[in-house]
Design a binder for this molecule. Structure first.
Ligand code: FO1
Length: 312
């Protein structure tokens, strides 16, 4: 069963790990948000691509979900001595990834090619595609002015009030090679439990991707990133409310209704099932909170069986 997953970072990578355990690697293609990318210390950094790659390689830091397990921070400390920004915690091993990516990009490789070189080095067989090879940058209009995504999330700890979201460069971006084709030929497409506004939103802003999903609506399944009115990871709940929406799985279903025909809702939110069905979406219930590797596998199985029903 060929599956395409649309993914942000930490929230998505748990489900991706589950899917990678229940599917042959060659059956899984992941299209990853690059709106969070940044340039720091002269290096090109793609956090979500790296989080997905490190997770599938089994080397992600289990405490944070980002960065590399047992990494050290000697270079960061010394960068700080030079007065360079040290708020974005780049570990020594992680820095090697950014140096390698930057060198490849400078010598003419695309973001996709650089990403492939990194995942291949760790023996990751799952196909990991950036949403675009062109730069798209998620920018937040906030109470403190226009902030680049990592400035808002990490440097300012998501404290400024969000008043609007922009995806700079999205209008000129193209889906990276394989993104549209894989959506068209997949047996099922999964929208991972990522922030709908700033993790899935940038992917949908790349011209052609939302349309490709719409054409497959009955085989597109979204996994709710909001359970009991709270985000599974990150500031989605607060951000939805600051933008005048209710933090609820129903809101997420509403944001996805034009291209997702299936919605996997947490058991805790069962009372929302009729309202989501009224959006012309089929609903299944499962435990979507993934604490253990077993939870990840079980949720991945639920995703596949719900998608399997679309093919009957
Ligand atoms: N997140 C943090 O909250 N603090 C950090 O210092 C930080 C550093 C970092 C370094 C490399 C990397 O690949 C990811 C990193 N992240 C950090 C995570 C990242 O900012 C976000 O979680 C994602 O962009 C959102 O998916």
């Amino acid at each position: 069963m060929a599956i395409v997953a649309l993914a942000g970072g930490v929230g998505a990578s748990k489900l991706l790990l589950g899917l990678s355990k229940v599917l042959p690697a060659e059956d899984l293609t992941v299209t990853v948000n690059t709106g969070d990318d940044l340039e720091l210390h002269g290096l090109s950094i793609s956090p979500d691509l790296d989080i997905v790659t490190y997770t599938l390689a089994g080397i992600a830091n289990p405490a944070t979900g980002w960065g590399i397990r047992e990494d050290t921070f000697a270079a960061l400390e010394w960068l700080g001595k030079y007065g360079r920004p040290a708020w974005f915690h780049l570990g020594d091993r992680d820095l090697a990834t950014h140096i390698h990516r930057t060198a490849l990009l400078r010598s003419g490789s695309s973001v996709s090619e650089a990403g492939h070189s990194i995942s291949a080095a760790f023996g990751v067989k799952v196909r990991i595609l950036p949403m675009s090879d062109q730069p798209v940058r998620t920018m937040l209009r906030t109470s403190e002015g226009l902030l680049a995504f990592q400035e808002y999330l990490v440097h300012r700890r998501a404290e400024p009030v969000v008043e609007g979201i922009e995806f700079a460069g999205a209008g000129q971006a193209l889906p990276s090679p394989g993104v549209i084709e894989s959506i068209g030929s997949a047996d099922g497409i999964v929208i991972c439990p990522s922030n709908p506004l700033i993790s899935i939103g940038p992917i949908l802003a790349v011209p052609g991707i939302r349309e490709a999903l719409r054409a497959r609506r009955s085989e597109v399944l979204a996994v709710s990133p909001i359970v009991g009115g709270k985000s599974l990871k990150g500031p989605s709940d607060r951000m939805l409310e600051q933008l005048g929406m209710k933090a609820s799985a129903l809101t997420v279903a509403g944001l996805y209704r034009d291209f997702a025909g299936r919605f996997l809702l947490d058991l805790q939110d069962h009372e929302l099932q009729p309202s989501i069905e009224a959006l012309d979406m089929k609903v299944a219930l499962a435990q979507t909170v993934m604490r253990s590797d077993d939870d990840k596998r079980v949720l991945a199985q639920s995703v596949l069986s719900f998608l399997g029903q679309a093919r009957k």
